[in-house]
Design a protein around this ligand. Structure first.
Ligand code: BGC
Length: 724
């Protein structure tokens, strides 16, 4: 009783900041730790169910409830199985996938997205939302690229920070994942990644670092894979040295579900909460399974025997309580709300801005909304639900407007006919059930429909089946699956007006590219899919999305695939990232391999012109910020938005450097015929490379170029400057 009163007193009298650690909170935590038994402390370090960790009933310390993430709040899962719990109050807004968010190149939208998804998490009584994912897009085969923010560490950093801040305004912790080097799903549980320190620091770590240092993220999830022989979820270098020491992360490290493998390592190498360990496999557990977790009984015994010092568990509990004071012990946190008009509006806005127009021959799009033409909408993805499947990011949404429905509602005067064209089979986590429909009949029916139509809108791409855009497996190749390439070539043979709308989170090969009248990259757009798509295709919205990763012509053109299988997918045990720092456009530029569509590329219904770009000086010191002024005009007759992209080229480095690296960008709205002067700040210290000989960043004196453009392969102005 005495303890309870003391604790209750602390909770009620403290004025808590939702963002920061403060002195009062730290001393309250000291006091709580003194009151906890060793057993209670250990208990707080591991799961009690699939998605929660226990509190301390005796003292009124709450449980922590978690949920996936990152595109909405996942439906309730049973206490101790992966089955859906069957609640009827857990439908959510499905927001567009993070690849789409990244394509907006609009950090303000990322904040709105974060606030909205955080509100839904809060309403659903979640304390930790498991996202965002910021693993770098290394290969187009990775089944989970759709959950991440593309191939460029700067873009991923700039976009994840406001998402995190937005989520956390709700008193809900974001949990940035999967730290780190989880760049493929094949063999993800054990593959041992070997990568240079330079690539680690320049390519794979920056978004996590930004999440911690700029975003102030309250939790981080380890990954499944190994790095240099040790599992990443309890890793001396990654967790202790880099994350907790160098970056001064004061939050909680959570395992990925089932990524803990050893009690002593978990205890000593930075893991705070162990989740998802199956005592006999990830999907089934024995009774009292949670007591057998690495950070449960075995941990307790090691502390009792003196093998591990009690201060180790105290540090974990301190971090967990700190997260609680920021979330479920912050009495001032808002209540949240879900699946309301505002959230659907945010989802639609992100979708509209993220859609990328890749090709638009003779202004094929926009289609006149009043058209009376016959439009054949062909392809399974015109009607397939994409919030279902894909693994842990699956969602149970209040509604998902299909592309077909969106088109039907916008083009009311058109004669819209739909034909499936191909069938992929139903989606079931972990396995594909082949379709029973006859592929040839589907194809023939679609060709017939295409023959009768004025135009064909082919809505295809990938889906959320295993070995498509889905967790726990990678794609088998770059081409479109389910016979779509052949189908497209037959459709194009009978109809000259075929536009291709790709629903995917990954690049695909396009053998039919030259014959398509238009190509649209439409991602996974969530609840408002069909509306957002119709907004763009009708011209209600002028597209402004830019690719967050390169589309190679063929798989071998991608850096990870330019080497032997040790580079991808590895030999079953280990893997070497042989392209090193040359990921994505860094590889294409440096090796002079033309992409099919470049990083940063995307068309508009209008045209923009960068007229002039100037800097405030020509010689800069290491701590300076370059003040870049860009004059840009919309030279067309519709309003639109362009992304000014600023890349840096090092002219005389002592080490190999990519031809260019993105260091700043700004999305600018311009009315028809409007011109604007845009100020962009570029900190000079971001020109540094990671110097392996020093184990630190190194900014060399010398000549650099700022390359200013509208895509990584469309540089319009170059400015020379030097760093002294
Ligand atoms: C995924 C995580 C996810 C977790 C919980 C894991 O399999 O890798 O991203 O948050 O499951 O569902």
């Amino acid at each position: 009783m005495k303890y309870f009163l003391t604790f209750a007193l602390f909770i009620s009298t403290l004025s808590l900041s939702a963002q920061n650690t403060n002195v009062d909170v730290e001393s309250a935590i000291d006091d709580i730790i003194k009151q906890l038994t060793l057993e209670e402390k250990v208990k707080m370090c591991h799961a009690q169910s699939k998605f929660s960790s226990p509190g301390v009933e005796r003292l009124g310390i709450p449980e922590i409830w978690m949920s996936d993430g990152p595109h909405g709040v996942r439906a309730e899962i049973e206490w101790d199985s992966w089955n859906h719990a069957g609640w009827t109050n857990d439908s959510c807004t499905a927001f567009p996938a993070l690849t789409c968010l990244a394509s907006t190149f609009n950090p303000e939208l990322a904040y709105k997205y974060g606030v909205a998804v955080g509100e839904e998490a809060r309403y659903r009584k979640k304390d930790i939302l498991l996202g965002p994912g910021v693993n770098i897009y290394r290969t187009p085969l990775n089944g989970r690229n759709f959950e991440y923010m593309g191939e460029d560490p700067y873009l991923a950093s700039i976009m994840c920070v406001p998402y995190i801040q937005g989520v956390q305004t709700n008193g809900v912790a974001a949990c940035v994942k999967h730290y780190v080097l989880n760049n493929q799903e094949v063999w993800r549980a054990h593959i041992d990644v070997n990568v240079s320190d330079r690539a680690l620091h320049e390519i794979y770590l920056p978004a996590f670092k930004a999440a911690v240092q700029e975003g102030g993220v309250w939790s981080i999830m380890g990954a499944y894979n190994k790095y240099n022989g040790q599992h990443t979820s309890h890793h001396k270098v990654l967790m202790n040295d880099i994350l907790k020491s160098d970056w001064e992360f004061d939050g909680v490290v959570v395992t990925d579900w089932g990524s803990a493998h050893d009690t002593k390592e978990a205890a000593l190498y930075g893991l705070d909460i162990e989740m998802g360990t199956g005592t006999d496999g990830l999907t089934s557990s024995t009774e009292n399974a949670y007591d057998h977790y690495y950070l449960a009984k075995p941990f307790l015994e090691m502390i009792k025997s003196g093998e591990i010092d009690e201060s180790v568990v105290d540090d974990k509990v301190r971090r967990i309580l700190r997260l609680m004071y920021r979330t479920n012990m912050d009495k001032s946190r808002p209540f949240g709300r879900k699946a309301n008009e505002e959230h659907f509006a945010v989802a639609r806005e992100v979708a509209q801005e993220g859609i990328v127009l890749l090709k638009n021959n003779k202004n094929f799009f926009p289609l006149n909304p009043d058209t009376k033409q016959t439009i054949a909408v062909i392809g399974e993805n015109a009607t397939r639900m994409m919030t279902v499947g894909g693994g842990s990011s699956e969602l149970k949404t209040v509604h998902e407007i299909s592309p077909l429905q969106g088109l039907q509602e916008r083009f009311v005067n058109a004669n819209i006919i739909h034909s499936m064209g191909y069938a992929s089979g139903p989606s079931q986590y972990g396995r594909v059930i082949p379709s029973e429909l006859d592929a040839d009949s589907l194809k023939q029916a679609a060709v017939k429909v295409a023959q009768q139509a004025d135009i064909v809108l082919f809505v295809g791409g990938l889906n959320k089946n295993h070995e498509q855009d889905c967790e726990n497996g990678d794609r088998e190749g770059l081409n479109l699956p389910f016979g779509q390439d052949e189908l497209l070539s037959e459709l194009m043979a009978v109809n000259k007006n075929v536009a291709v709308i790709l629903v995917s989170g990954n690049a695909v090969a396009m053998p039919w590219q030259s014959k398509a009248k238009a190509i649209v990259q439409a991602w996974y757009l969530g609840s408002e899919t069909g509306y957002a798509l119709a907004d763009v295709l009708s011209g209600d919205i002028n597209p402004s999305g830019k690719l967050p990763f390169t589309f190679p012509v063929s798989l071998e053109d991608n850096g990870a695939h330019a080497f032997d299988e040790l580079s991808y997918p590895g030999d079953g045990e280990k893997q070497v990232y042989k392209e090193d720092i040359l990921v994505g456009y860094r590889w294409h530029d440096t090796k002079k391999i033309k992409p099919l569509y470049a990083f940063g590329y995307g068309l508009s219904y209008t045209s923009f012109k960068i007229n002039e770009a100037t800097t405030d000086k020509t010689v800069y010191g290491a701590d300076d910020e370059i003040k870049l002024t860009v004059q840009i005009s919309n030279v067309g007759d519709v309003d639109g938005a362009e992304v000014i992209q600023v890349y840096v080229h090092d002219e005389n480095s002592s080490v190999m450097r990519p031809v260019k690296e993105l260091k700043a960008f700004k999305k600018v709205n311009l009315n028809a015929e409007e011109s604007k002067q845009v100020e962009i700040t570029v900190p000079v210290n971001t020109f540094a490379f990671y110097d392996e000989t020093k184990g630190d960043w190194n900014l060399e004196k010398g000549s650099y170029q700022l390359m200013i453009g509208t895509a990584s392969n469309q540089i319009k102005k170059t400015i020379k400057l030097s760093v002294d």
